[in-house]
Design a protein around this ligand. Structure first.
Ligand SMILES: CCCCCCCC/C=C\CCCCCCCC(=O)N[C@@H](CO)[C@H](O)/C=C/CCCCCCCCCCCCC
Ligand SMILES: [Ca+2]
Ligand SMILES: [Zn+2]
Length: 272
């Protein structure tokens, strides 16, 4: 009996949640084909961002790379989850997202908005985040269906912090980047909610792929959002590196993927 229970948490469709896409349309091993394939978008963006952020990570912290390694792990779990729609798949996906957020907060949450009792120690703040994420990890087993909503609510807090930062920022290009970031996120979250709540409608018109769009759109939004927070953080923490937002692949125009460029310290030292 016990071993049966162990097996069932891995079983196909043991998760309470089933996304709008029809199951087993392309293979009887893959429950949601398009949702599984589109999880690969995390695998496209993460290595590109890792490469582009190399100079920034060197100046600031190698933990910047950890974010993108974690995003790739999210990609693996997300693909596994949509392939199986299993309980374990769902929890792995959600818990991995929670810990990417935790690392993001530890790295980039602006010091001046730390809670008062933390003073301004980032390592104390890291402990607070670690504690909160650990408690949330344990709690996530209680009601897995609410986890995704809870994670999406964290984004609302990120948007709030972003608003605070934008108030004291006068750079027009950063304001534009913030608007573009929020735009991508709005598109992403509309797809996620619509897939969740209006599936009946999308089924009627035979278009139930919105969750796949979410995967791609949220990857883009995360790449933009991390650039913004990396920028604010660099302005406070490594101003001597002269942080500047650049775009890839077109360096001159403000289109494409944004990333944080920094001046190479050694180079500046040599020439001065
Ligand atoms: C001080 C702020 C620091 C910001 C750090 C941001 C670090 C990046 C964090 C997360 C990467 C998230 C990757 C999303 C994976 C989605 C996988 C997925 O589709 N899962 C679904 C099930 O298949 C599940 O239902 C989704 C749950 C909700 C996920 C919420 C993700 C939040 C993303 C945060 C985006 C920030 C963008 C900035 C917006 C202004
Ligand atoms: Ca489905
Ligand atoms: Zn998904």
């Amino acid at each position: 009996k016990h071993s049966f229970k162990m097996a069932s948490v891995f079983a196909y469709q043991s998760s309470e949640v089933d996304w709008c896409e029809d199951n087993y349309q392309h293979s009887d091993k893959v429950a949601e084909f398009y949702n599984t394939v589109s999880s690969m978008s995390f695998f496209f963006f993460a290595p590109v961002m890792m490469y582009l952020l190399h100079p920034y990570a060197r100046e600031r912290s190698q933990a910047v790379h950890l974010i993108w390694v974690m995003v790739m792990i999210v990609g693996i779990f997300s693909a596994y989850y949509h392939m199986t729609l299993s309980y374990v798949g769902q929890l792995l996906d959600e818990i991995a997202i929670l810990w990417v957020l935790a690392i993001g907060y530890t790295l980039w949450f602006p010091r001046r908005h730390f809670p008062a009792f933390i003073k301004s120690s980032r390592s104390h703040f890291a402990w607070l985040v670690f504690f909160t994420a650990s408690v949330s990890t344990v709690m996530s087993f209680a009601k897995p269906t609410v986890n995704a909503y809870a994670l999406n609510s964290v984004t609302l807090h990120i948007l709030y912090v972003l608003t605070l930062e934008m108030r004291s920022c006068t750079d027009k290009r950063i304001h534009r980047l913030a608007a573009v970031t929020v735009g991508w996120w709005l598109l992403a979250i509309s797809c996620w909610l619509s897939d969740r709540l209006l599936c009946g409608f999308w089924k009627q018109i035979n278009f139930c792929y919105l969750h796949s769009f979410w995967h791609i759109l949220i990857s883009i939004a995360v790449a933009h959002g991390t650039t913004l927070f990396a920028y604010f953080d660099a302005i406070y923490e490594i101003p001597e590196a002269q942080p500047e937002v650049k775009y890839w692949p077109s360096a001159s125009r403000e289109i494409g993927l944004p990333y944080l460029a920094v001046k190479n310290k050694e180079k500046t030292q040599k020439c001065c």
